[in-house]
Design a binder for this molecule. Structure first.
Ligand code: CP
Length: 336
């Protein structure tokens, strides 16, 4: 079918440029598939996709479920709040229960880093064929979000041919709570792989200087970086400077629930220095799009006037592009 060689999708650090191209090409085709009825594709007929979300989600979980249905898969949705986790069952035994029910792909979200990786290794060791698709783990990785952001930017820069090439040489400024963001980490791998130059902007408490080395070497346990030459990565403390040459801006939610100590003097100061407003977007040389993975703290990292300006704000497009991107991932994992 293609060169695809991943049984599981855990982290975009393992993606080659051919992997990105394949996912974008498939997503572009799936974008045109009708929502309901006979228009559904039979690609995953007879397959069972289980969304195993141990942490809350609106966008990711729902769009994986829509994506699976559009490919004619059976969908099993797990609700942590009403599950036997409340009786002390472990995440591993919970996952194995769904494997025993025949899940072909488990989409796993967990608040702890590396749970999807541990599950994947466990299943490989016992010879189970079930694939793990990371729906977001701790601070580590959110690969489907990184891919849908890439697809959204590729569509913005090159609507007729949204390929990896369309990102080459573009400056993407990512503003805000990088420290707690698995989305930012996944975007760092995907954007630099496609030749985009990334500027991370925020205070030292949320953008530690160590991030400068983030894509210099693959994570521990991974021998090689499949990308020969990545785009550059810089850190800026100055929002005005980091916006001047931006071709696109991504702002991130302040993850107050993950902030264990007082990392900011106040939310008001943060908003004044790093919160995006239409007024501050005038610092950009060109009219540039603004992305945000959601959910949003309206009026904190991004103002309501940007959210309401569809000529600038791509958030709705990110959400709708999540479906074809997740169709592409489920198609690739479900057809092995
Ligand atoms: N962007 C994202 O992961 O949103 P949810 O938490 O709603 O899935």
């Amino acid at each position: 079918m293609n060169h695809w060689g991943h049984k599981h999708v855990i982290d975009l650090s393992t993606f080659s440029i051919e992997d990105y191209s394949l996912v974008l090409t498939l997503a572009n085709r799936f974008k045109k598939v009708p929502v309901t009825g006979a228009g559904r594709l039979p690609a995953l007929q007879g397959k069972l996709i289980t969304t195993l979300f141990f942490e809350s989600s609106t966008r990711t979980r729902s769009s994986f479920e829509i994506a699976a249905k559009r490919l004619s898969a059976d969908v099993q949705s797990f609700s942590a709040n009403t599950s036997s986790l409340n009786k002390g069952e472990s995440y591993l035994d919970t996952a194995l229960t769904y494997v025993a029910m025949g899940a072909d792909v488990l989409v796993v979200r967990h608040s702890s880093t590396n749970i999807p990786q541990k599950l994947a290794s466990y299943l490989d060791n016992i010879g189970e064929k079930t694939s793990i698709l990371n729906g977001g783990d701790g601070l580590h990785s959110h690969p489907s979000q990184g891919l849908l952001d890439l697809f959204t930017l590729a569509n913005f820069f090159s609507p007729n041919d949204p390929s990896t090439e369309s990102l080459k040489g573009k400056q993407v400024t990512i503003v805000g709570d990088i420290l707690h963001s698995r989305v930012a980490r996944s975007n760092l791998w995907s954007l630099t792989a496609c030749g985009a130059n990334v500027v991370l902007c925020g205070p030292p408490s949320l953008v530690p200087k160590e991030f400068i080395d983030f894509v210099k070497r693959p994570p521990s346990g991974q021998k090689l970086d499949p990308i020969k030459k990545r785009g550059t990565l810089k850190i800026s403390r100055n929002l005005k400077q980091s916006l001047e040459d931006a071709d696109a801006i991504m702002t991130l939610r302040l993850q107050k629930e993950r902030m264990q100590e007082n990392l900011l003097s106040s939310m008001e100061t943060y908003h004044d220095e790093y919160g995006l407003t239409l007024e501050k977007l005038k610092w950009c040389k060109n009219k540039v799009p603004v992305l945000h993975p959601g959910p949003v703290n309206r009026g904190l990292e991004i103002s309501g006037d940007i959210l309401e300006d569809r000529s600038i704000c791509l958030i709705e497009k990110q959400v709708s592009n999540g479906v074809p991107i997740r169709m592409a991932l489920l198609y690739l994992l479900g057809n092995q």
